[in-house]
Design a protein around this ligand. Structure first.
Ligand code: FAD
Length: 379
């Protein structure tokens, strides 16, 4: 029995599946090989209305809900974790934050252009010398009359260098620790903002990661997102939403890898029979299928909570924890099933393997998922 989707969700899922097959699948390996930002694909995503799936219609969004968004992300991930990541940093991190905390003017200025694909979003929190949310954050925003001046370095910013709008986190009160963290909207072409370097990565290539320099970037007071000191609340919520969508990325990649392994197992003959007949192979496939199914249900459930404006932080942390475990183990087993061929660069599993590892590392959270889950039980 399938998940009880609405007719609209079924249409969106089917549209995303066909779109992925037509536009992304043929170039996915090439995106990985060149590691170049796939601008044409991003245009096509915008034409399909995928850049603002869950955003309000008043600001150009499709208002189709977060579950529809998760379905799109899952379908895209079956072909390219990199393209899904570009979309997720844009939508579930940058646009989500602006929609949740932005003023009407900020939403009008940015969200419509983000939904139309004119502006790609990025989320710049991580810093070279600070573990996420702890350690020494050094990017600061100094008040200067009716403006702020941003200075410092951000690291590992997905869509960095190609984004038109950055949600940037900086300290406004140096004595207040993380309570002094605030969020700002900074245009990609703001004077003083530059790319120090793009980071060569093991996987998720094509979703460009950059180190950014803020050299006295002057932004108007109206660029403050939410209130001064609201930065960590924005980070926590956006990262939780992104974790749910990243669960969908893990589901998509793992499903594609398992489908490959099933086909391979049926065709590869050893000891005069397809290896898929061996109990050891069947056990690996059975565990993989069960784990993917469980994660998929958890993602759909949490996406529904987001859509209905219900609390979802603990569920998002559970997804993050479970996705990290089962995503990695599924890919290790797929390589095992595909044997020596699986280990070669000729097979897509090499890319799936590298991509899934990046997905489970990247959405930093201020707390480890176990801490968030335990807190929800004990508080
Ligand atoms: C592909 C990719 C894209 C990214 N995109 C973005 C982005 O767009 N925006 C952004 O802001 N950031 C981004 N990041 C950065 C990301 O948020 C961090 O890399 C991530 O949070 C992990 O932090 P870290 O690299 O400092 O690891 P560390 O915190 O140094 O952790 C290293 C290891 O130590 C362990 N560890 C750390 N502390 C503890 C502890 N207290 N107890 C036990 N174990 C511990 C960790 O689990 C890990 O195994 C991205 C990262 C990647 C890989």
């Amino acid at each position: 029995m399938g998940y009880p989707f609405t007719e609209e969700q079924e249409i969106i899922q089917q549209t995303a599946r066909e779109f992925t097959q037509e536009y992304i699948e043929p170039v996915a390996a090439e995106i990985d090989r060149t590691a170049l930002h796939p601008q044409e694909i991003v245009h096509s995503l915008a034409e399909q209305g995928f850049m603002g799936t869950f955003l309000p219609g008043d600001f150009g969004g499709a208002e189709a809900g977060f579950l529809s968004y998760a379905l799109i992300i899952e379908e895209i991930s079956k072909s390219s974790g990199a393209v899904a990541s570009i979309l997720n940093h844009h939508a579930a991190m940058a646009a989500y934050s602006i929609n949740a905390w932005g003023s009407k003017e900020q939403k009008e200025q940015y969200l419509t252009a983000m939904c139309e694909g004119e502006l790609l979003g990025a989320f710049a929190f991580y810093e070279p010398d600070a573990a996420p949310g702890v350690g020494e954050h050094k990017v600061i925003a100094r008040k200067d009359g009716d403006a702020y001046i941003l200075s410092g370095r951000k690291c590992y910013v997905a869509n960095g260098g190609v984004a038109g709008i950055y949600v940037v986190f900086a300290l406004t009160d140096l004595g207040a620790g993380l309570k002094g963290m605030s969020a700002f909207l900074v245009d990609g072409d703001a004077p003083g903002l530059s790319v120090a370097r793009t980071i060569k990565k093991m996987g998720l290539r094509g979703c460009q990661s950059a180190e950014l320099i803020f050299d006295n970037v002057k932004i108007p007071q109206s660029s403050l997102l939410g209130t001064e000191g609201a930065g960590m609340a924005i980070v926590a919520k956006a990262q939780a939403a992104a974790s749910v969508a990243e669960g969908a990325i893990v589901v998509g990649i793992a499903q594609a890898a398992m489908d490959d392994a099933v086909e391979y197992g049926k065709q590869r003959i050893q000891f005069k029979q397809p290896i898929a007949r061996f109990p050891a192979i069947q056990t690996m496939l059975a565990e993989m299928a069960t784990n993917i199914h469980m994660l998929r249900l958890a993602v759909y459930h949490a996406a529904g909570l987001i859509e209905n404006d219900e609390p979802f932080t603990a569920e998002a942390a559970m997804i993050k924890l479970f996705a990290a475990r089962i995503g990695q183990s599924a890919l290790i087993d797929v390589v095992q099933i595909e044997g020596g061929y699986g280990y070669s660069e000729d097979m897509a599993v090499s890319r799936y393997f590298r991509d899934i590892k990046g997905v489970v590392i990247k959405t930093c959270s201020v707390d480890f998922p176990e801490t968030v889950i335990a807190k929800s039980l004990l508080d």
